[in-house]
Design a protein around this ligand. Structure first.
Ligand SMILES: [Zn+2]
Length: 319
């Protein structure tokens, strides 16, 4: 079997990371934030489950790009999955819904909840068809030849119950067989492996990650954020800085690198750079000098000097 490329694997968005950091740092999240976190996480888990089904389809040579976000004439469009095969491309839209799913006569998608309520969504096929149109235009703009593009909506939740039979709205379990049939439709190789590789690299270079909003002191949630270096056993117990290490006052466990997890939360909550003052505040340190020594020891890029020095956390947490 030919090895597959995973140049842009499924990964958590900055927005999901932000919500996870909030969840880690706040005792309670508002219902809205909790729902957002649940939705984002479900989306990620759905996307992360797809490579397995692609792999077991045993179709050789494809180049898989997850979460690619491209700019077409100022409008951004994002595809959950884009798979480049030698004879065609495939765009997938992932839905991690559970329970009963219906398609009504107006071509809307209805999700029935266990407690009997229902939620209405636009048909995701319309969404993925639009992405196809945008991708065609973008490829044309960059001088690539026309290649057939297929679209599929994949329901990834183990407990989804589809009440319809539609070739392009399928469960993950149906994906390998569906993919085989699509592949048989396109026996002609339109692109060579190296061309696929170059196109893949090109698309990755055009990828624009969606930024995430950061918290500022005027935000309502700001006072709810718990600062300090957490003990990972006794969270939200805060560790104390003792003799160049961190110690938990409760379980007495020591960890000299415990500040890294706290700095990661800071990175996703407040921004990609940190000053000595911010570090002192967020890590709850008494000393003026220790935060500065700590930040310097991590070998981050620094701009500005002394009191105004800013450290670039991206080098530590870049995904
Ligand atoms: Zn502890």
């Amino acid at each position: 079997m030919t090895p597959h490329f995973y140049p842009l694997p499924p990964r958590k968005t900055l927005h999901l990371r932000h919500l996870e950091a909030l969840n880690n740092r706040c005792t309670t999240l508002s219902t809205t934030l909790e729902e957002k976190l649940g939705r984002e996480l479900a989306g990620y888990l759905g996307e992360a489950s797809l490579p397995y089904y692609l792999e077991i389809s045993s179709i050789s040579t494809h180049y898989d790009l997850y979460g690619l976000r491209l700019n077409l004439n100022g409008n951004k469009f994002q595809m959950d999955g884009l798979y480049l095969f030698e004879g065609f491309f495939l765009i997938t839209e992932v839905k991690n819904f559970k329970n009963k799913i219906l398609l009504n006569e107006a071509n809307q998608l209805i999700q029935l909840q266990e407690e009997g309520s229902e939620e209405v969504f636009d048909n995701p096929l319309t969404q993925v068809e639009l992405q196809k149109e945008q991708l065609i235009q973008l490829l044309d703009k960059h001088g690539y030849p026309t290649i057939p593009i297929e679209t599929l909506v994949v329901f990834t939740h183990k407990k989804v119950h589809l009440t319809f039979n539609h070739p392009d709205l399928i469960t993950s379990q149906q994906l390998p067989a569906r993919l085989k049939r699509i592949t048989q439709k396109y026996p002609t190789k339109l692109l060579q492996r190296n061309e696929l590789y170059h196109l893949g690299r090109k698309l990755i270079s055009l990828h624009e990650e969606r930024g995430s909003a950061f918290i500022n002191p005027n935000d309502k949630i700001f006072p709810k954020i718990k600062r300090g270096v957490f003990c990972n056993r006794c969270k939200p117990m805060i560790m104390r800085r003792i003799y160049g290490s961190w110690e938990c006052p409760k379980c007495k466990k020591r960890n000299s690198l415990a500040h890294l997890a706290a700095l990661e939360d800071f990175y996703y909550l407040f921004g990609h750079t940190i000053t000595n003052r911010q570090a002192r505040w967020f890590l709850c340190m008494d000393s003026v000098y220790t935060p500065s020594r700590l930040l310097q020891s991590l070998g981050m890029k620094r701009s500005g000097i002394t009191k105004n020095a800013r450290y670039d956390l991206s080098s530590l947490f870049k995904r």
